[in-house]
Design a protein around this ligand. Structure first.
Ligand code: ZN
Length: 253
């Protein structure tokens, strides 16, 4: 993302200082998926995803699907995503979003990678569509989960993880806080969604990986446990969700 790209070394140094050992960086279309892979190939602490975001949805032809498969089969690519439905912004027609989503769910099953879901104001259609595919997927992560506890239970039943962003620190995030409180400890993730959604006390600033520690602190407060417990649990969950090597990337450095 241009907000962070100008100071990559600084971003990574501040993340390391905040205890963020590894980072998954996200593709939102084919060029950014290629860029994410490039970053992951240049730095053992970074992993990549490949996918077409609902904002950038288009009817995936054979060439685009082939390129996505090629990217997904690279060693440093750990998930298909972000893919899904966004009816809040509606940047693309809903029929196009749904078609692009379905096609990528097929591809995710084909390459046996977990899926990073971006779903906003579209949980009803998401639940309709995902029923057809969930049985064939190698897992999934509800990125920036903003649904109700009922939707959370549906996702948990499918074996998916709930990923909580910095917005959980906002005073008016009651529903998200409820989900963060009630979610089983072994299905909870924290994320930045950087450069967006910076948590309190950095709200309104450019978000960066180091700030995920604020979100983890809020989760510890909500769940009545220690920061260390949340950090350890969510790190272990992320390793499992994305199939990361147990010792991180450091042994290969
Ligand atoms: Zn997203």
């Amino acid at each position: 993302m241009p907000e962070l790209g100008g100071d990559l070394d600084g971003v990574l140094a501040r993340a390391a200082a905040a205890g963020v050992g590894e980072i998954i960086t996200i593709g939102v279309d084919l060029p950014s998926s290629r860029k994410a892979l490039e970053l992951a190939c240049n730095c053992r602490r970074i992993y990549a995803t490949a996918g077409v975001h609902p904002h950038d949805s288009f009817p995936l032809d054979a060439e685009a699907a082939g390129e996505l498969i090629r990217l997904a089969r690279q060693e440093r690519v750990v998930a298909i995503g972000e893919i899904g439905l966004d009816y809040y912004w509606d940047h693309q027609p809903r029929a196009v979003q749904q078609e692009c989503f379905r096609r990528q769910l097929e591809l995710a099953a084909e390459v046996a990678l977990p899926v990073v879901f971006h779903i906003r104001d579209a949980y009803e259609d998401f639940m309709d569509i995902i029923r057809d595919y969930a049985g064939n997927l190698a897992g999934g992560v509800m990125h920036c989960f903003s649904g109700s506890w009922e939707v959370a239970e549906f996702c948990l039943d499918l074996g998916f993880y709930l990923s909580i962003p910095g917005t959980v620190t906002f005073p008016k995030s009651g529903v998200q806080q409820e989900v963060a409180r009630r979610a089983p400890a072994d299905r909870l993730l924290v994320e930045t969604d950087s450069p967006y959604l910076a948590p309190v006390p950095r709200r309104g600033k450019v978000n960066e990986p180091a700030f995920v520690a604020y979100t983890a602190r809020k989760l510890a407060e909500l769940r009545g446990c220690t920061f260390e417990e949340i950090a350890g649990q969510t790190t272990g969950n992320a390793r499992r969700a994305f199939g990361l090597p147990p010792d991180g990337g450091e042994e290969v450095a």
